[in-house]
Design a protein around this ligand. Structure first.
Ligand code: MRU
Length: 365
């Protein structure tokens, strides 16, 4: 009798722990970055389209809304769009949506921007976890949390490796926005700049405005001010003159996808800066986490470049309103990124160290 009770008792325990797979109460997530917040199913993002004029937080309810937020660059930057997308999936997990619903949402989010590889990497990892786990909802939440915290830690590592290279009073040129508005942490190139500044190196930053969407003029300038880092804003076409007059000591940029041979895609205009830096013998570094390396991509020619809408080039819009300064239907070419060949890169400041192009593959986990 006693052993029958024991068997019954064990069956209950085992039964409930197996059921734990799908039926146990979901342990919700709480995550906080400078421009993204997640609290047990409530997801908020800082609307980067409105910065620096307005600090508007958007509450996101569905993956469809997140797709719109990512495609319109209200949230942007290679690691951050990946993190925003998987937080949108985390929301579905907290609501215990069926797995086919989560998978369909993941695929829509995955195709929202094609060039930055972090988005595809993170989504693929989540889908793998979903398919291989006995408690997929909880496992996805755990994985989202791991990716978020890992990105923060990778930023710190790149920051410290990069800051070691920076000499006192250097004048550093950068483009686009590569800071806390592009990652979960302090940023990539801008993370290095922040750390060098914190170390008292008295650096000065030249921020390219970054036409057409002005991520430098609106976002990097805002972040530099928030961090009290001295800077000068320039139009993109002023970089050559600055370099020629000896006013730039180093160029630091981020990356959206690094091919196996070291060629990399980054914000349009990066390639011109690399050519200019090479011509003027100025060190040119790419700062990126290993999650931005795509070992399956052999070289830059294989990177798909996103082309965007003509109105972005015909004018500008933001918290200041909208303006069109060209003829209304002016024909436009608007690639969002360009590819810089590895031959123009002095070194890659990755979370694994300050590496050469032929060492990149060893940096991938
Ligand atoms: O179109 P965006 O604003 O998403 O482009 C961002 C960049 O090109 C950044 O330089 C890149 O994502 C690296 S920053 C971590």
């Amino acid at each position: 009798m006693q052993s029958k009770i024991m068997i019954l008792f064990l069956t209950c325990i085992l039964g409930s722990s197996f059921a734990c797979g799908e039926d146990a109460e979901i342990q919700g997530l709480e995550l906080k970055g400078l421009s993204i917040e997640y609290n047990r199913g409530t997801l908020k993002v800082l609307n980067q389209q409105k910065l620096p004029g307005e600090e508007e937080w958007l509450q996101v309810e569905t993956p469809e809304e997140m797709v719109e937020i990512i495609t319109s660059l209200k949230v942007r930057g290679a690691p951050l769009i990946g993190i925003a997308a998987i937080l949108s999936l985390a929301q579905l997990c907290e609501r215990e949506e069926p797995l086919p619903v989560i998978e369909a949402a993941a695929l829509k989010l995955r195709s929202s921007r094609p060039t930055a590889v972090n988005l595809a990497n993170y989504i693929d990892h989540i889908l793998y976890v979903m398919k291989s786990s006995t408690s997929p909802h909880q496992e996805i939440l755990n994985t989202v949390s791991e990716i978020f915290h890992e990105d923060t830690a990778l930023c710190e590592k790149m920051g410290s490796i990069g800051a070691d290279l920076i000499q006192p009073e250097e004048r550093i040129l950068t483009c686009c926005n590569t800071g806390s508005l592009a990652t979960a942490g302090i940023g990539t190139a801008l993370g290095v700049i922040k750390m060098a500044h914190q170390q008292g190196k008295k650096i000065h930053v030249y921020a390219c405005e970054t036409r057409p969407l002005l991520q430098g003029g609106r976002l990097t300038a805002w972040e530099l001010e928030q961090n009290g880092i001295p800077y000068t804003l320039i139009c993109d076409n002023m970089a050559a003159t600055l370099m020629k007059s000896g006013k730039i000591d180093r160029v630091l940029v981020g990356a959206d996808r690094i091919a196996a041979n070291g060629d990399f895609a980054n914000k349009i205009g990066t390639y011109s800066l690399a050519v200019l830096a090479h011509h003027h013998h100025i060190p040119f570094h790419v700062v990126a986490p290993y999650t931005t390396i795509d070992p399956s991509c052999p070289n830059g020619d294989a990177i798909k470049i996103e082309e965007r809408a003509p109105h972005e080039v015909r004018g500008a819009s933001g918290s200041f309103g909208s303006v069109c300064w060209s003829p209304k239907n002016a024909p436009v070419y608007n690639p969002a990124f360009d590819v810089t060949p590895s031959s123009l890169v002095t070194s890659y400041i990755l979370d694994k160290g300050n590496l050469r192009a032929d060492e990149i593959s060893s940096a991938v986990k």
